[in-house]
Ligand binder design. Structure first.
Ligand code: SF4
Length: 725
């Protein structure tokens, strides 16, 4: 603090004086913009329309697009402070190469030259597939599409996946099993039109807050929320179903049982548009309300009332997020949800949908553009005609396109532990905090010969371990499109230049292609994201996710365009071999690590509205960080009393794998006895030190939601341990 400030002569008037904005009236003069750039929020998959306010070419504020079809002029706390991310102190500014153990500033030429040389060397010695790539739903679709081509056809490895596997893979797999393709069939308008809304494992009040406006608006609908924890969303419910952890499959099968018993099924829809119903009906005979009550902990009456409401609705909507996906049975649970929609014809109509609410701003774009669990445009690796079609568009020999998917995210990490993956390129994600069972990840990283991390932020717990850090532009600094949860393709625009020497990911990919000698072949005449978009339009033409009639300017003007229209499957035809959707019999299995003995609590993880994923962005936004500055552990008062723990005590959480010390205790009935909850955002109190290596065998998504822990008072006052202690 300077002397003038100490003496009270400097009142920081530049920062705090008021000015008059023609639209908003009196506001901080530092936030009065002289220009606005329309774009789309870069956090979650709701996809809110947002405008960045610029003053002398610096981003000084944001506001919602007042007439946007998604958010109608509203933003959540993260959106409202998003401009601060661009000027955060932890932005990555220069390429950094590890020399003599230290990350050292180098030129882009040296950085990318070294990357191509060292990865080439690793591949020459160990085979092409010894190189793995982990990407993200933070890229614009144009970048993701370019990256897929670069990785699979340029670097020649199929071991490519993204952080979307930690988030949405179960929804993708479940949709593919039941309907023959990925793609959420409904839209946000269905929340306005439904007369029953059932949310399962979906705390949208914290995670997709702007969607709550729709729940508030549709007061006629019965809102039913199934969640082991009394979340903010559960508090909004007309009926709250406090299911035991991972008993949602029993609940769904139990609802199906009651629907059949009460004759609340649409026989005509089932006969014309589905297969497998009779076997399914026989399978659910054992899911009587008595049985389901025992498994779920719910009263029989509540199970029957939920089923009757759902079955008698004109239009019933089921929404889910991570409570379903983050499970070793995630894909199967999605199929169980789709069963309900199919047996009641609650699909392809206004208000009626089995709807996966996606996670990241462009998780959907990565799902469509493919290269991971499917080929671009929801094509299949194992179909020769799909590969031929792509090869023709790309002007390459079809034999260069893989015939099966490469390793999924957790399998890339396991392969690094086994020294089969020797070099890894991580783009805009922070696995040190976000991947389960940190010790396994640590081992994987230690075994690598070369780790490249490309990110908009440095240091992060992951960039600190890198051999090479590539500084990337972030939201507000680059152009392209995002697709939100309702398949709405929205325009993303550049408002400012990236700081330092940071570059858009798109430019980095093209530069690497040049160095690999594949730019002219794979990216002919490409210079900007629009060039990728034009090719993507041709690649997606005729597919379920058809962009071929879209233009940047129209997307911008309309506030986004939904591929497939408002709803998929309106005609009851599905993209399966026989055009019919499938019923699946799904057993309800216990989660892999049951509580008991030394570890009596079920450990649950999740999010809070103020933060985004691992806080590389929101941890440096002062207003968000001050609202939620540290991790906490929620424990029921009965358990706290038994353990002689008080609110605000610092506790240690211990699982069979590791421990996290010094977490603040919240004693609250939000969690049931025998369960504890901790947010997963905090590197300093990393919940993924405790979680286990258990993955859905179909989707490969981690089981983040349940493992066994014990809780003890932290013996001495101490700061929370750091992520790498
Ligand atoms: S709800 Fe999601 S998209 Fe909308 S402002 Fe918040 S973070 Fe952004």
């Amino acid at each position: 603090m300077n002397l003038r400030r100490l003496a009270g002569l400097d009142i920081l008037s530049e920062q705090y004086s008021y000015g008059h904005d023609p639209k908003f009236g009196y506001v901080a003069s530092s936030k009065i913009a002289d220009r606005w750039v329309r774009t789309t929020c870069g956090y979650c998959s709701v996809g809110c329309g947002i405008q960045i306010g610029l003053r002398k070419n610096r981003a000084v504020t944001v506001r919602a697009n007042p007439d946007h079809a998604v958010n109608f002029g509203k933003l959540c706390p993260k959106g409202l402070s998003e401009h601060y991310t661009m000027t955060a102190k932890n932005r990555a500014l220069y390429p950094l190469l590890r020399k003599n153990g230290r990350l050292t500033r180098v030129t882009w030429n040296e950085a990318l030259g070294t990357m191509v040389e060292r990865i080439g060397d690793v591949q020459a010695r160990n085979g092409r597939e010894s190189f793995g790539v982990l990407s993200t739903g933070q890229l614009v679709t144009e970048e993701f599409y370019a990256l897929g081509k670069l990785v699979q056809l340029g670097f020649g490895t199929k071991n490519f996946d993204g952080n979307t596997t930690l988030c949405m893979a179960s929804a993708v797999s479940g949709y593919k099993r039941s309907f023959g393709s990925d793609g959420p069939p409904g839209c946000y308008e269905d929340l306005d039109k439904a007369d029953v809304i059932l949310l399962i494992g979906a705390n949208i009040a914290d995670n997709h807050p702007i969607l709550c406006q729709r729940l508030e608006r549709n007061r006629e609908a019965a809102l039913i929320v199934a969640d082991p924890r009394v979340t903010k969303t559960a508090m909004m419910a007309d009926i709250y179903l406090p299911v035991k952890p991972r008993s949602d499959i029993a609940l769904l099968n139990g609802i199906a049982y009651v629907l059949i018993r009460e004759g609340l099924v649409r026989r005509d829809y089932i006969e014309q548009h589905t297969t497998g119903f009779d076997d399914f009906a026989r399978f659910v005979e054992k899911f009587t309300p008595e049985h389901v009550a025992r498994v779920t902990g719910l009263e029989e009456e509540l199970i029957c009332r939920t089923a009757l409401l759902y079955g008698r609705a004109n239009a019933a909507f089921v929404g889910w997020t991570m409570g379903v996906n983050h499970s070793t049975q995630g894909a199967e649970t999605v199929s169980a949800i789709c069963n309900l929609a199919l047996m009641t014809g609650n699909i392809g109509r206004a208000g009626a949908a089995p709807f996966s609410i996606t996670g990241q701003c462009n998780a959907m774009g990565t799902r469509e553009a493919g290269f991971t669990s499917s080929l671009p445009g929801y094509r299949k690796f194992d179909r020769a005609d799909d590969r031929e079609e792509l090869a023709t568009i790309w002007g390459i020999d079809a034999s260069r396109i893989p015939t099966s998917r490469g390793l999924a995210y957790p399998d890339i990490i396991e392969a690094a532990v086994a020294k089969k993956i020797r070099a890894l390129w991580i783009i805009a994600t922070n696995p040190v905090v976000s991947f389960p069972n940190f010790d396994v990840l640590k081992q994987a990283f230690e075994n690598l010969e070369f780790l490249v991390v490309q990110d908009g932020f440095h240091p992060t717990p992951t960039t600190e371990l890198a051999g090479l850090v590539l500084p990337a532009a972030i939201w507000g600094e680059k152009e392209g499109t995002y697709t939100n949860s309702e398949r709405r393709v929205s325009k993303v625009n550049r408002a400012v230049e990236p700081p330092g020497e940071a570059k858009p990911d798109f430019d980095i990919f093209l530069d690497l292609a040049e160095r690999l000698g594949v730019r002219d072949e794979l990216f002919p005449n490409w210079n900007q994201p629009r060039d990728a978009f034009e090719e993507w339009k041709r690649v997606s033409k005729g597919r379920l996710c058809d962009y071929s009639s879209m233009e940047y300017e129209v997307i911008e003007r309309e506030g986004g365009i939904q591929w497939g229209g408002s709803r998929l499957y309106e005609d009851g035809r599905f993209p399966t071999e026989d055009g019919r959707a499938k019923f699946f019999a799904v057993e309800c299995e216990p989660f892999p690590e049951q509580p008991g003995g030394e570890y009596p609590f079920i450990f649950n993880t999740g999010r809070t509205v103020e933060h985004w994923h691992t806080r590389t962005k929101t941890g440096r936004v002062a207003i968000l960080e001050s609202m939620s500055p540290r991790a906490w552990l929620e424990m029921n008062p009965k358990d706290a009393s038994r353990l002689s723990l008080k609110p605000h005590d610092r506790v240690t959480v211990i699982s069979p794998r590791s421990r996290v010390d010094g977490v603040e205790l919240r004693v609250t009935e939000i969690v049931a006895p025998g369960q504890v909850f901790m947010p997963f955002h905090y590197a300093e109190a990393n919940s993924n030190r405790l979680t286990q290596s258990a993955f859905d065998p179909i989707s490969r998504e981690p089981n983040f939601k349940q493992c066994a822990v014990r809780v003890e008072k932290t013996p001495l006052p101490r700061k929370a341990v750091s992520w790498n202690s």
